[in-house]
Design a protein around this ligand. Structure first.
Ligand code: AP5
Ligand code: MG
Length: 220
């Protein structure tokens, strides 16, 4: 049966950082809706043009666009054994649509939701010091510096700072998370699949805690 893991947590909690590690260790494709939107923006697609206006304001892209993009991504052959979702679902409507999608297409359900928790002050420091590569690999000037400044350790691409990592947009994104995404904690608690992770620890300790949770769930 396919395995679906959802990484939940506010902007800057470390979803992308952890997804890189966990997807390798679980051998599941890493699906980040933020990365998919950024790829569309780079390729000047219609979806990218529409998404960009919302993203630059720190708002969520409308559910209908997001859900159909994820549906298309999950239909690709690398998802037959499941996937690790990062940044999706982010609203109750997306969570309900995702449950329906998994049931209809995979006869499956969300198996495990590690929720990475970090205080708001730390989130701002993390996002304002973040550098990324176009392939979604994530670094931080202080907490996770690349070996060579401005160059991705993993694929050698040039690193850049995201447009939505400006202080005003970061604060808006955190508020949007609290209003629209935090209610999913209760949604997944009700399904008995939510595990709270202390995201204020060092990157390796956070990964170890998530992998521990995933091992427990695998034994269930
Ligand atoms: P998205 O790209 O998903 O951004 P986000 O949720 O705001 O999350 P981030 O990517 O900013 O943070 P992260 O948790 O991945 O942290 P990271 O690992 O990079 O979405 C962007 C936008 O797209 C949204 O605002 C919205 O407009 C749109 N969108 C996306 N999905 C959508 C959806 N489903 N519905 C509607 N709209 C959607 O880490 C952050 C920094 O901290 C890095 O520099 C990292 O090196 C560092 N760091 C990580 N872990 C640690 C640690 N343990 N200690 C110290 N530093 C750390
Ligand atoms: Mg991310």
């Amino acid at each position: 049966m396919a395995t679906f893991i959802v990484l939940l947590g506010p902007p800057g909690a470390g979803k992308g950082t952890q997804a890189q590690i966990i997807s390798r260790s679980m051998n599941l494709p890493h699906i980040s809706t933020g990365d998919l939107f950024r790829e569309n923006i780079k390729n000047l697609t219609e979806l990218g043009k529409e998404a960009q206006t919302y993203m630059n304001q720190g708002q969520l892209v409308p559910d209908s666009l997001t859900i159909s993009m994820v549906k298309e991504r999950l239909s690709r052959s690398d998802c037959v054994n499941g996937a690790l979702l990062d940044g999706f679902p982010r609203t109750s409507a997306q969570a309900e649509a995702f449950d329906r999608m998994l049931l209809e297409t995979f006869k499956s359900k969300v198996d495990c939701v590690p929720c990475i928790e970090v205080e708001a002050d730390h989130l701002i420091e993390r996002l304002c010091g973040r550098w990324m590569c176009p392939n979604g690999h994530v670094f931080h000037t202080k907490f996770n510096p690349p070996k060579e400044s401005g160059v991705c350790d993993i694929c050698g691409s040039a690193l850049y700072q995201r447009d939505d990592d400006k202080i005003q947009t970061v604060s808006r994104r955190i508020a949007v998370y609290e209003a629209q995404t935090a209610p999913l904690i209760q949604y997944y608690e009700n399904q008995n699949v939510l595990y709270r992770i202390d995201g204020s620890q060092e990157i390796d300790s956070v990964s170890a805690d998530i992998l521990d949770v995933l091992k427990k769930f695998a034994k269930k």
